[in-house]
Every structure is written in structure tokens, then in C-alpha cells.
Ligand binder design. Sequence first.
Ligand SMILES: [Zn+2]
Ligand SMILES: [Zn+2]
Ligand SMILES: [Zn+2]
Length: 154
Amino acid sequence: MHKDTDQALLKAQADCLRTGLRLTDKRCKVLKILLQADAPLSAYDIAEQYKQQIGEPLSAMSAYRMLGFLMRAGLAHKLHTTNQYLVCAHISCEHEHEIPQFLICDQCHSVAEVGLRKQLLREMKSSIENTGFMLASQQLELHGLCRNCREKNG
Ligand SMILES: [Zn+2]
Ligand SMILES: [Zn+2]
Ligand SMILES: [Zn+2]
């Protein structure tokens, strides 16, 4: 869960206003659901929580559209390997955003957004492209066990 939901929402609204994007009431509510989640959510999870928390129906189709907006606005990310969405860990930061990389815990399903050195990514990209493969995305999603789960497992 994000530490300060209200503050993050206010900043998201201000950022959108500044860049000419419209963070409508519905989009804002979807963002709030993501901010309050402990783990990444699928579009269906979001539609379900929207119905429970807001008391209005939200189709999965509209959830996808709103998630698309939140991603374009740089407020949320999609995990391609699990088809789930999560709020950007840097939503309250002022610094420039780089290509996000994710560490996904297979036990508790928590996700950490990490920054890898640009040099490392460049090297990875060039060795991959040397094989003739063209990368569609440089977003890495690495699966494993988080620190908490490792400690619990002893
Ligand atoms: Zn991010
Ligand atoms: Zn940051
Ligand atoms: Zn874990």
C-alpha cells in the first residue's frame, strides 16, 4: 500500500492539470484503488473493488480504458507477465522517470519497482539485439522471493 494516498492523489491531480491531462473523478477513483492495494491488481480485480468501494458498476472494458490513461499519465504500470497493474512507486517523486523494472515475489505477490543502471540496460539491449531479436519493451519483470518471505522461510 502507498504510504500517503491523499497526498499522492493531490499530486497526481496537479501533475495532470499541468500537462493538460484530465484526471476525471472515475480515473481518480481507479487510481485510489491502486494506491490502496497491497499487491498488483488485474483489470477484473479493479472493476470488482470499484463496485464494492464506490457502489457503482464498472465494466472491465472501462477499467482497461482508465488503466490505459493512468499508464499514459505515468501514474501506473502494467506487469506484462501477470497482466496486472500497480501504481508507480515514484508517484510522489519529482525526479524524471526511467524505464521501470520490477521484482515480483512469487510467494506474497508483492512487487518492488527498481531502477537499474542505464549502462546495464544498454548492454542488455545490445546483446539481445545482436541475436537479431528486436525488443518491444525494455521493462524487466524478474520473479523470485522478497526479503520478507525469505526471512519467514528461514
Ligand atoms: Zn514507476
Ligand atoms: Zn522516486
Ligand atoms: Zn514475498
